[in-house]
Design a protein around this ligand. Structure first.
Ligand code: PLP
Length: 480
């Protein structure tokens, strides 16, 4: 470690009241060199071999994580803007762009884009829907139509749909909206360990306010168990919030069964349906779901628009106070054009769900067959039965998923390591950890498929994947 880094580490340790021991310095020294040399392969097993400190020792030495130390002192750590991870560069003859990251976001589908362009061009949506002028009435009609389109997909009443800015807002509004009605009283909420951060962070905030929160586990297939929900509900439970489809691993939860348990217990069920809409049939009234969130940019609508279903029986405390739009639950002048686009996108994806699922199921099988030829040792994260056909989270042994992501990106293949990090990283994905997956030795990558994904895209991926993996492993300490 150079003098600058050492001085900075000593300075930061003094400021945070940490007593720097030889063991701290030994680990930092090795990790610094490891990063500086752009090594790949599991970090912790390598540190343990070199310094004798186990992962638990390292956690005790650096409670905020190793990366936090390196970030303090300006030693480069990997960021998307400044990749400092090694990449395996391969020559491609037939370069193409292959987008396999639809769970992160979808592009604007042409039908919705044309609809939106028309709307902007003829200017019908510029009026304020709350105004009684001609333009206001036209905007009001546009919003009314979109609300009815979304409601029809879910078989609910139009007034039970409200429009918000993003899925994160919908989740916050549903959870805080119920909880704020119980402020100052001992109240309990149930959620799971595999929720999206927009739910998990909201729950942590509620805990700071004094709410009691139970985080239920999932099984090793990444699915929630209805019996765990039943066992977690207490006399003072005011809300259960559980996702319908997991964004990282694509597993489907038995939300109908969970809904019936909540109904019987008289507790409202909020379900994050951001990754479920247009992929599985959703019937909130039949399934005992009192609130459900949806997001435009996951269904080929623009970003910045989302919806929340709120059953008539639920009364929410608003997060935004003001002009009383959206039934008084979400004040702020409606984003008329994007609401219209959301309505269109919802109708289209709902109508196409069955044939598209059939097509993607075949594609998913094709993917797995090809993958086994290239990489027989890989694992599929999450149940292979209860899953949407749009997603596969794959664990690659002995590979840093950040390096794999960058290597594929370089040849035009866009994927994601989810919220996941890499094999041996400090912050393995909370979903994979909750399932008990081996995040130490496997780097996980999420491939998510969409409307334009074709066999040719997968053929291109598998033409180069084997060579990339071979090269990455060739540089790995553990596998060399
Ligand atoms: N919930 C799930 C399951 C998601 O996958 C996402 C987005 O990744 C969100 C909520 C948040 O949605 P938004 O990006 O619209 O805030």
């Amino acid at each position: 470690m150079n003098n600058h880094a050492l001085t900075m580490i000593q300075h930061m340790a003094r400021r945070s009241g940490t007593l720097l021991t030889d063991q701290h310095l030994k680990v930092l020294d090795f990790a610094h060199e490891y990063y500086a040399m752009n090594r790949v392969g599991p970090l912790y097993p390598n540190i343990q071999r070199a310094t004798g400190s186990s992962k638990e020792d390292i956690r005790a030495l650096f409670p905020y994580g190793l990366n936090s130390v390196f970030t303090w002192v300006g030693i480069p750590v990997h960021t998307p803007e400044h990749p400092c991870k090694p990449m395996a560069s391969v020559e491609v003859e037939d370069y193409r762009e292959v987008y396999l990251d639809h769970n992160a976001t979808t592009y604007l589908r042409p039908e919705v884009r044309d609809f939106l362009v028309d709307l902007y061009a003829n200017g019908t949506g510029y009026g304020n829907p709350s105004s009684s002028t001609g333009p206001g009435a036209r905007s009001h009609e546009i919003v009314r139509k979109a609300r009815a389109q979304v409601a029809k997909c879910l078989a609910v009443e139009p007034h039970e749909i409200i429009f918000v800015g993003c899925g994160t807002e919908a989740n916050n509004l549903a959870i805080k909206g119920v909880a704020f009605g119980h402020l100052g009283r001992p109240a309990h909420v149930v959620t799971s360990k595999i929720e999206h951060p927009s739910v998990l962070e909201t729950m942590q905030f509620l805990e700071e306010l004094g709410f009691d929160v139970t985080y239920i586990d999932c099984d090793e297939g990444g699915r929630l168990r209805p019996a765990d929900v039943e066992a977690a509900i207490q006399d003072n439970t005011i809300l259960v919030s559980l996702m319908a489809v997991n964004n990282e691993i694509g597993t489907i939860n038995p939300i109908g069964e969970i809904g019936r348990i909540c109904e019987a217990a008289g507790v409202p069920l909020m379900s994050d349906c951001v990754q479920a809409f247009g992929k599985i049939p959703l019937r909130p009234k039949r399934d005992g779901i009192s609130m459900a969130s949806f997001s435009g940019h996951k269904i080929y609508a623009p970003k910045g628009i989302a919806a929340l279903y709120i059953d008539d029986s639920i009364s929410l405390t608003p997060l935004l106070h003001g002009g009383g739009q959206e039934g008084g639950i979400r004040s702020g002048t409606e984003n008329v054009d994007l609401i219209a686009a959301f309505g269109q996108a919802a109708e289209l994806i709902h109508r196409e769900r069955e044939p598209e699922n059939k097509r993607l199921r075949e594609l998913q099988q094709y993917f797995l067959t090809k993958l086994r030829e290239v990489e027989p040792e890989c694992t599929v994260n999450g149940s292979t039965d209860d899953r949407i056909p749009h997603n596969l989270s794959i664990g690659f042994p002995g590979v840093d998923s950040g390096s794999l992501l960058l290597s594929l990106n370089e040849i035009g293949i866009y994927i994601s390591s989810g919220s996941a990090c890499h094999a041996g990283s400090e912050e393995a994905s909370h979903v994979l950890s909750a399932m008990g997956a081996d995040t130490e030795n496997f780097g996980s990558i999420r491939f998510s498929f969409g409307l334009q994904t074709a066999r040719e895209d997968l053929d291109y991926l598998f033409r180069y994947l084997g060579e990339i993996l071979e090269r990455l492993r060739g540089e790995s300490e553990v596998y060399s």
